[in-house]
Design a protein around this ligand. Structure first.
Ligand SMILES: [Fe+2]
Length: 160
């Protein structure tokens, strides 16, 4: 099984702009204090109800039904460490939104030996049930914002 698969996404910039606009709206009156920020059912629904939403169109084109949506923030105070995501999901989609250049998804085996890495500048299907982290390169900029989605019909076949 692969650690990741880079997705073809002609509307990448449009989707990133749409997600960024949404992020600005939902965080306008709150301070983000942790790496992982889960969205509520209502917030997810509200995002996908936006007319002409390019992200909805993209998932629809791949036949994917969104189950959960979160965003991750990295800055001078917030980072993540090597971890496995909670089950049962294995194949998530990470979508780069802001300052993801020079940042990397890195995967490890059970002995914490690095087995794979990819720069986070394109959307990927990623395997989240094995050890992984986000690594900031020397030239990375803050804040780094990425959205993460999981699905009722997870795209496991893309990791085969
Ligand atoms: Fe993770």
């Amino acid at each position: 099984m692969k650690s990741y698969f880079i997705l073809d996404c002609p509307a990448q910039q449009k989707i990133a702009d749409s997600l960024y606009g949404y992020y600005v709206g939902i965080t306008a009156n709150k301070e983000i204090k942790q790496f992982w920020n889960h969205l509520s059912r209502k917030e997810i629904q509200k995002y996908f109800e936006i007319p002409n939403n390019p992200c909805r169109a993209w998932f629809h084109s791949m036949g994917l039904q969104v189950r959960d949506m979160s965003f991750t923030i990295t800055n001078e105070f917030i980072q993540t460490n090597i971890h496995r995501d909670a089950p049962p999901v294995i194949a998530k989609i990470n979508f780069p939104v802001l300052n993801t250049r020079n940042t990397y998804n890195v995967w490890y085996d059970d002995n914490t030996k690095e087995i794979d890495r990819v720069e986070c500048d394109r959307p990927i299907v990623l395997r989240s049930d094995i050890l992984h982290t986000v690594e900031m390169g020397a030239k990375a900029r803050y804040p780094r914002l990425q959205f993460s989605f999981c699905f009722y019909n997870e795209p496991l076949h893309l990791l085969k």
